[in-house]
Design a protein around this ligand. Structure first.
Ligand code: ATP
Length: 259
């Protein structure tokens, strides 16, 4: 356990910076991610949104400052399977069925002798949770883009992560599919109680999903603001037509223009 970390904090960054050679991708970012909350991350292209997720998930080290996940170092948290990552591309193994893809992290864990948490949901149940009951045996090429992404979400949930890191997971999908998956993701979030950090380019998606929107600014990437979204829960698609929703979007749009 690291000193000075609060267990109500899923992840904590203290003056964290990431440099790639002479380029500073993130500079002095300090941020506490509240356990169980849904955070969306917005900012102009190249401001370090993906870098922030990669830093938290131990894919890249901090050049300076500190990063912890659930009171552990990012490496300890990765080894303990405390978090899972969902990318824009579903990255499924093409020769394995949907079910076999979801089972993969469990198989890898077993083969390495890693003690995994006893899941309350089996891979089959997770596929049902993401609305893919009956498609367990389908191969990735037999599924639509939205379905493949749902398999990737089920796979990410199989080790019961306390933190789910999502990098534009619905960016490549059409609007209707994205709406459906947004609603489904909110259901999953409520049911599992997992903390979510979700990168998006869409202001409306950020407001719709997020309890808090983290706004980053570019050159160098820095934390600009954390905006609390006080819309009633559960969120509904119709809510996007309300003046309140549009006020948040307008506020964030203005803020983004100055980032
Ligand atoms: N491995 C790397 N090596 C060198 N530079 C990198 C590396 N990864 C990211 N960068 C640079 O760091 C900066 C932040 O990149 P990052 O991908 O985090 O931005 P982003 O906000 O996610 O961008 P976008 O919205 O366009 O996806 C960019 O200038 C990028 O070119």
């Amino acid at each position: 356990m690291l000193d000075g970390t609060n267990m109500d904090t899923a992840a904590s960054l203290k003056r964290a910076s990431v440099r790639f050679g002479s380029l500073t991708a993130l500079q002095d970012v300090s941020l506490d991610i509240e356990s169980g909350a849904f955070y969306t991350i917005l900012g102009p292209s190249g401001c370090g949104k993906s870098t922030l997720l990669r830093l938290v998930s131990d894919l890249i080290p901090a050049s300076s400052g500190e990063v912890s996940v659930l009171g552990k170092t990012t490496e300890q948290a990765r080894l303990a399977r405390e978090f899972a990552f969902v990318f824009q591309d579903a990255t499924l193994l093409p020769w394995r069925s949907a079910l076999k893809n979801v089972e993969l992290p469990l198989e890898i864990g077993r083969s390495r002798g890693i003690q995994l948490p006893v899941g309350t949901r089996t891979p089959r149940e997770l596929l049902e949770l993401v609305g893919l009951k009956g498609r367990e045996n389908a191969l990735p090429h037999e599924l639509s883009g939205g379905m493949r992404q749902r398999v990737a979400i089920a796979r990410a949930l199989v080790c019961q992560p306390k933190l789910l890191l999502m990098d534009e997971p619905f960016g490549a999908l059409d609007e209707m599919t994205r709406d459906r998956l947004n609603l489904q993701l909110l259901d999953i979030w409520r049911e599992t109680g997992t903390t979510i950090l979700f990168v998006t380019h869409s202001i409306s998606e950020a407001v719709f999903l997020g309890q808090k929107v983290v706004m980053l600014q570019a050159h160098p990437g820095r934390l600009r603001d954390v905006v609390e979204i006080k819309l009633p829960d559960p969120r509904t698609i119709k809510m996007r037509d309300t003046p309140e929703f549009n006020q948040y979007c307008g506020y964030l749009r203005d803020l983004l223009e100055t980032c």
